[in-house]
Design a protein around this ligand. Structure first.
Ligand code: FMN
Length: 166
């Protein structure tokens, strides 16, 4: 049975090892696409209807407010179900210690009973943050496997890490 990769990623200004940089493709997207090449899984990008600011500081402010308010932003599209998949990879940047709220919007709608979840994050120091514990709440009934945390600045060089994690 095929796997499925569900991920969120934000291009624009981002905080990288050597300061604030403009990235045209998000770090998590870079990793998700490498993972797709390695696993041949299907892939689903979670996108909020309301775009996040290009500016890093503004994006941080919006994200913090959404987190504090426990918002569930409307998405451009939703997965109908995940019935055809056993293994679901969930890819997320760390925003204020956990996943961006749109991922919560996407994941909470699905039936996780009997699924295997393999979480991966990109981050600039927080590792997996609270993602593992948040996923146990958001994906009830799933078996949550070991997560993989990749430094966002290392996304382009993540293939070997992915290979040994898969
Ligand atoms: C709104 C916002 C909040 C962030 N919060 C954290 C954080 O709490 N911990 C951390 O290590 N990195 C944090 N970062 C850095 C991102 O997790 C990191 O750059 C990641 O690779 C971005 O992935 P993306 O390009 O796929 O969106 C934050 C970045 C943004 C834009």
């Amino acid at each position: 049975m095929k796997g499925l990769i569900i991920y969120f990623s934000h291009a624009g200004e981002n905080y990288m090892r050597d300061g604030i940089k403009n990235i045209t493709k998000g770090n998590t997207e870079i990793v998700a696409e490498k993972l797709q090449n390695l696993t041949n899984a299907n892939i689903f990008k979670v996108e909020s209807i309301k775009e996040y600011p290009y500016n890093y500081q503004e994006c941080c402010d919006v994200a913090k407010e959404e987190l504090n308010k426990k918002e569930r932003p409307e998405l451009k599209k939703y997965l109908k179900d995940i019935d055809n998949y056993d293994v679901i990879y969930i890819g997320s940047p760390i925003w204020w210690g956990t996943m961006p709220m749109p991922l919560f919007s996407a994941l909470e709608k699905l039936n996780w009973q009997g699924k295997i979840v393999k979480p991966f994050t990109t981050h600039e120091g927080s590792g997996l943050g609270n993602v593992m514990s948040d996923l146990t709440k958001v994906c009830p009934g799933a078996e949550i496997n070991n997560g993989l945390a990749i430094r966002g600045s290392d996304a382009e060089e993540s293939e070997e890490m992915l290979k040994s994690w898969i």
